[in-house]
Unconditional design. Structure first.
Length: 96
C-alpha cells in the first residue's frame, strides 16, 4: 500500500499507513522504508526522507541500492546536491 501511495504522489497517506503499521505492532522492513523514502521523494519532502533514513539505520536495517537511489533523488529534488553527493559516496563505499 505504501508503494501504491508513492506511485500516486500521496506521501502524506504513505506516512499515515506507515504509522498505522507500527501501531499494529508490525515491524517495517527495508522494502517498506525504501518505499516510504521514495514517497517522500515524489512529494518533495527531502527532509522527511532523511529522517526516515536515519530511523531505519537506528533500527539496524541495512539500506539497499533502492534505498540510496530514493534518498539521493529526494536530496536532488530538494536542491541538496551536496547531501546527494555524500550519499552517493556512501553508497559506493558500501560496495552497493
Amino acid at each position: 500500500l505504501i508503494s501504491a501511495c508513492e506511485k500516486g504522489g500521496q506521501w502524506e497517506k504513505a506516512l499515515e499507513l506507515f504509522d498505522e503499521l507500527q501501531r499494529r505492532g508490525l515491524e517495517p522492513d527495508i522494502i517498506t522504508y525504501s518505499a516510504l523514502i521514495s514517497a517522500c521523494e515524489k512529494g518533495g519532502q527531502w527532509e522527511k526522507a532523511l529522517a526516515i533514513f536515519d530511523e531505519l539505520q537506528q533500527r539496524g536495517l541495512e539500506p539497499t541500492v533502492i534505498t540510496y537511489n530514493a534518498l539521493i533523488s529526494a536530496c536532488e529534488k530538494g536542491g541538496q546536491w551536496e547531501k546527494a553527493l555524500a550519499f552517493f559516496d556512501e553508497l559506493q563505499q558500501r560496495g552497493l
